[in-house]
Write a protein that binds this ligand. Structure first.
Ligand code: NAD
Ligand code: ZN
Length: 341
């Protein structure tokens, strides 16, 4: 089969012919239809410090996918050949205290599909049946292929009750933009999203009814005044990994405000703790998706009016993957989806 492989410890990914994986008794084999390119894949392409530390070479990459089950292991129940599916790319262990308590997303033994173990940028993927998420008919493969990052946005946005709250999102990448759509969908009052990239802010307004804020040209205080806010935002969703954005968020939050942090800073980042203490701010780190509560809620929202179609800005046949990666590396696109059919 064809697969996009990190074949050499240097920049790039290479399309190679590799064997179709054989599955174990608890696995399924999925024929991949569509995949999404993630920021993580860009780190792997760029072969940055994180990738060099984390990714074994050679490795089939990719973890955002939609496809169809073509084979099931002998112990697998409830799934059948022909089912369309996406799936959770975090492979958990079942021995830790967290897993045994049902908090699967907190399992410290988690391995990443396409990061630590062979991934979904291939014609076929072997996945534990446990990780499979069947796709309802009304969720097409394009959306199925971006459920992983949509799940990051859902997990982060639903960290706190947003109903009637004023929400500030820092970072209008694909995940920040989808978080804005979710905040709207669940009934936030005002939603603002910041970035330093006008293309991203323009895309945000196409996907969600959100106030875009270019932080180099506009002061958040003016936006707050425009909204008639007396104190500040109630909830912050940090989705840039940028230090200045986090500082700005802390400043823009009301007393007792709450922040969910998804963005990953490139290294250690200094925090003005006294500001956080005196404003009595709650901070929650967010990793991955809740397994499988996030998936359940995400699919329910998609079937009830949450619309993130426009966040997919580019589609390519997989043979044009180099162009897809170039677009994604440009940093101004939304999601880029590759077609394997
Ligand atoms: P992205 O890199 O596409 O988007 C980040 C955005 O932040 C960019 O549009 C960038 O222009 C913007 N930005 C930079 N400086 C800014 C500033 N000062 N103020 C406001 N915005 C600024 O990333 P993404 O794919 O949308 O993911 C969002 C973040 O979430 C990334 O940091 C990613 O690494 C992280 N992430 C975390 C998890 C997790 O499990 N915790 C999972 C997926 C992604
Ligand atoms: Zn991803």
């Amino acid at each position: 089969m064809k697969a996009l492989v990190k074949a050499k410890p240097e920049m790039g990914l290479w399309m190679q012919e590799v064997p179709i994986p054989s599955i174990g008794p608890d696995d399924v084999l999925i024929k991949i239809n569509k995949t999404g390119i993630c920021g993580t894949d860009i780190h792997i392409w760029n072969w940055d410090e994180w990738a060099r530390k984390t990714v074994p070479v050679p490795l089939i990459t990719g973890h955002e996918f939609a496809g169809e089950i073509v084979e099931i292991g002998r112990r697998v129940e409830d799934l059948h050949v022909g089912m369309r599916c996406s799936g959770e790319g975090h492979l958990i262990g079942h021995h830790s205290r967290q897993s045994r308590a049902g908090k699967f997303h907190l399992d410290p033994e988690t391995k990443g599909v396409g990061v630590n173990v062979p991934g979904a940028f291939a014609e076929y993927l072997c996945l534990p049946a446990f990780n499979v998420v069947p796709l309802p008919e009304d969720i097409e493969d394009d959306i199925g292929a971006i459920l992983d990052p949509l799940g990051n946005a859902v997990h982060t946005a639903l960290s706190f009750d947003l109903v009637g709250e004023d929400v500030l999102i820092t970072g209008a990448g694909p995940i920040g933009i989808m978080a804005a759509a979710i905040a709207r969908h669940v009934g936030a009052r005002h939603v603002a999203i910041t970035d330093v990239n006008p293309d991203r802010l323009a895309l945000a307004t196409q996907v969600a009814d959100v106030r875009p804020v270019h932080v180099r040209h506009e002061d958040l205080k003016d936006v707050m005044a425009e909204f008639g806010m007396k104190q500040g935002f109630d909830i912050g969703l940090e989705m840039s990994g940028n230090q200045a954005a986090l500082d700005q968020m802390v400043e823009a939050l009301t007393m007792g405000g709450r922040i969910a942090l998804l963005g990953i800073p490139p290294g250690k980042s200094p925090v003005d703790w006294s500001r956080i203490v005196f404003k009595a701010i709650t901070i929650k780190g967010v990793y991955g998706r809740e397994i499988f509560e996030t998936w359940y809620k995400m699919i329910a929202m998609l079937q009830n009016g949450l619309d993130v179609h426009k966040v997919i800005t580019h589609r390519f046949k997989v043979d044009d993957y180099r162009t897809g990666f170039e677009v994604m590396r440009g940093g101004s696109s939304g999601k880029v989806v590759l077609d394997w059919t």
